[in-house]
Design a protein around this ligand. Structure first.
Ligand SMILES: *Cc1c(COP(=O)(O)O)cnc(C)c1O
Length: 372
């Protein structure tokens, strides 16, 4: 059995330090907005190379608080991708704005900047590019459109902490960068967690107020807020893990290139492409294959933990029926949902396991051809 992700292997290497850090919090009596949260925010801002970081309850909250802080709401349209986790579009719905889905680039799985302009209307306020699977979007092209049409940019970096585009970290291009510390993410906590980063002092203050019931000063409430604080225990855990993130991302990349080599002899398996001058952090290693659903079943039966991210595009989800999208409206997105499969990917994955994954997948692809 080779799992898609094995968090226990990581824990085996740093568990002692995590247990020590958690016990210190338990003994300290300070559980909310204490010293670990403050220190983590400083350390993450420094790591990402940006002025301000505000920690939150989840990546979903980061996205919707970013929209709120930018005064985006009913009557506004926000352009994004339909090939992502539902939270990206859900955040737009939470603030009462309308998601407008643009098709993706076939190679990178990310929003296709060439298709953004056609989706802009007088109601468009913002673009949310998603750095899917850890692969940076084409940020020059997206920022150029944003400047020309005076649109705000919120980057969904939930799968991409540490990824860079032309030497700059994702999350530092737009008004806000949104991150998630969900346990399976490249920097994962042991529960929920999220982060907003911004260059703007005003936007930082607005986000700080919204996360804590709409007021920066206790018992003074200026607007409707939420309760979305990262707790001290999670912050303490993330502070133990943060120093390892570059090493872990590097190992993911090495694993990805090793897979690429193993699949080179099998032209039916299309391996992930990277844009020039980007550093992808391979949150997922996702290939395109023929007869995907059949092969997915065969892999499961062989004990290979392969997953489908994502089997239904967001524009065709029931929750978005009201938007009126039809099948066929985003052809590349729809095609991708039928052919992608994500393979085991984590820093501690061994070469032997990768060989087993690759040999099994190649066998399954061959077998599926004889059946088909
Ligand atoms: C995980 C994820 C989110 C949501 O993060 P949570 O912390 O689970 O709320 C949003 N967008 C993308 C692309 C994600 O992968």
């Amino acid at each position: 059995m080779i799992p898609i992700l094995d968090s226990k292997r990581q824990y085996a290497t740093i568990g002692n330090d995590i247990e020590k850090a958690v016990c210190e919090v338990l003994r300290s009596g300070s559980y909310i907005l204490g010293p670990n949260v403050k220190a983590l925010e400083t350390e993450l801002a420094e790591y990402i190379g940006i002025e301000h970081a505000v920690s939150l309850n989840s990546g979903t909250d980061a996205l919707h608080i970013a929209l709120r802080a930018l005064d985006i709401g009913p009557g506004d349209e926000v352009i994004t991708t339909a090939f992502t986790f539902v939270a990206t579009a859900e955040a737009i719905g939470i603030v009462g704005a309308k998601p407008v889905f643009v098709d993706i680039d076939e190679k990178t799985f990310n929003i296709d900047p060439k298709k953004i302009e056609a989706a802009i209307t007088p109601k468009t306020k913002a673009i949310i590019p998603v750095h899917l699977y850890g692969q940076p979007c084409d940020m020059d092209a997206i920022m150029d459109i944003a400047r020309r049409y005076e649109l705000l940019v919120i980057e969904d970096c939930c799968q991409a902490i540490g990824a860079t585009y032309k030497g700059k970290m994702v999350g530092t291009f737009g008004e806000f960068g949104c991150f998630s510390f969900y346990p399976t993410k490249n920097l994962g906590g042991m529960g929920d967690g999220g982060l907003l980063v911004t260059k703007s002092e005003n936007l930082k203050n607005r986000a700080i107020a919204i996360r804590n019931h709409g007021g920066a000063i206790r018992y003074h409430h200026d607007e409707i807020g939420v309760n979305s604080r990262l707790d001290e225990i999670q912050a303490a855990i993330l502070r133990v893990k943060l120093p390892y993130i570059n090493e872990w991302n590097k190992k993911r990349r090495e694993n990805a290139y090793y897979y690429n080599g193993l699949f080179a002899k099998c032209p039916d398996i299309i391996t992930p492409a990277e844009l020039n001058d980007t550093y992808s952090v391979y949150h997922q290693y996702t290939v395109k294959i023929p007869n995907r659903d059949e092969i997915h079943k065969m892999l499961q039966e062989s004990g290979i933990g392969a997953m489908l991210y994502y089997p239904i595009p967001l524009h065709l989800q029931k929750v978005h029926n009201y938007l009126g999208y039809q099948k066929g409206s985003l052809p590349i997105t729809e095609h991708n949902t039928e052919v992608v499969i994500s393979l085991p990917m984590f820093p501690e994955l061994t070469r032997e396991e990768q060989q087993t994954v690759a040999n099994t997948l190649i066998e399954c692809v061959e077998k599926s051809k004889t059946i088909a």
